[in-house]
Design a protein around this ligand. Structure first.
Ligand code: SAM
Length: 265
């Protein structure tokens, strides 16, 4: 545990990464598994090596996060997004600004972009995907996916938004040009905004309760009043109303008019 604390400190000093915001037991297990895959015998050895060769720290971080994603993950919730949330937001605000926070390989960001392209073709909407892991962002920008990733994409959307390339499904250039990707750490970087819709799904599972609460508070501040936060299908925002979020249907929260005042109180 002392060595784990030393690792947390080293990552904070060298990469500005706050591993202390992740639940220590599960993160320590993940560190051990990652070191095993890197062929490093122990955390003590790793600390010695990483102090001499700091690039090892980024290698480790890239192995710590879970990147599982797919298009229209939980299709029944994307149906709510498509039929209720996006039309409401569009009629209220016009050109929407959407942030997929913890976007992994970009499937989530492109899924929303498809819905926006259908709802508002040629409209002034934009989608930003961000992730702490640079490796997944390269995949996101390339926009190439396996059959399993697109299993919830129907034939009409596959034809409209993808081309086949080397046995993969590649997002067409026109859609790729509408989605930007950027490296961003949810625990330390600014949130920008105001956003009309923030998706933060299956990202916070390893965060401590304090880190989750701080994160949701910052999302509320970054949301436009009337804007939505869409969370993962196993997640909930504890104390949503005190934060200024109104639960509208499972996994969707709308920022109320007084949201930003409540959030910063
Ligand atoms: C399981 S994926 C979720 C992808 C997508 N949101 C979905 O639900 O399909 C979790 C992503 O969160 C990212 N992540 C973890 N900690 C993060 C942090 N502090 N800041 C930004 N992204 C983070 C990981 O790198 C990973 O790509």
């Amino acid at each position: 545990m002392r060595e784990y604390a030393a690792l947390v400190q080293l990552l904070r000093d060298r990469l500005g990464l706050d591993l202390g915001a992740y639940q220590p037991d599960s993160m320590e297990r993940r560190v051990q598994a990652a070191l095993h895959r890197m062929g490093v015998a122990s955390l003590a050895n790793f600390l010695t090596q990483a102090r001499q060769e700091p690039s090892l720290l980024q290698d480790l971080v890239d192995r710590l996060t879970i990147h599982v994603s797919e298009f229209f993950r939980n299709p029944e919730l994307f149906a709510v997004l498509e039929r209720r949330v996006l039309p409401e937001l569009r009629s209220r605000f016009g050109g929407l600004r959407v942030w997929s926070a913890g976007c992994s390989n970009g499937a989530e960001a492109y899924s929303v972009a498809m819905l926006l392209a259908e709802l508002d073709p040629g409209g002034g909407w934009s989608v930003l995907g961000t992730d702490v892991d640079r490796g997944v962002l390269v995949q996101a920008e390339e926009g190439c996916y396996r059959d399993a990733d697109v299993r919830h994409v129907d034939a009409a959307r596959r034809a409209r938004f993808f081309v086949r390339e080397d046995g993969l499904w590649r997002v067409r250039t026109e859609l790729r040009q509408r989605v930007r990707f950027r490296r961003h750490d949810l625990l330390s970087d600014p949130f920008g905004g105001p956003w009309h819709l923030v998706l933060c799904r299956n990202v916070v599972i390893y965060f401590t309760e304090d880190a989750k609460r701080a994160l949701y508070r910052r999302f509320v501040e970054a949301l436009q009043p009337g804007g939505y936060l869409f969370v993962g299908a196993a997640e909930q925002v504890v104390g949503a109303r005190e934060l200024g979020l109104e639960p509208t249907s499972p996994f969707f929260y709308r920022k109320s008019a007084g949201g930003s005042r409540a959030a910063s109180a």
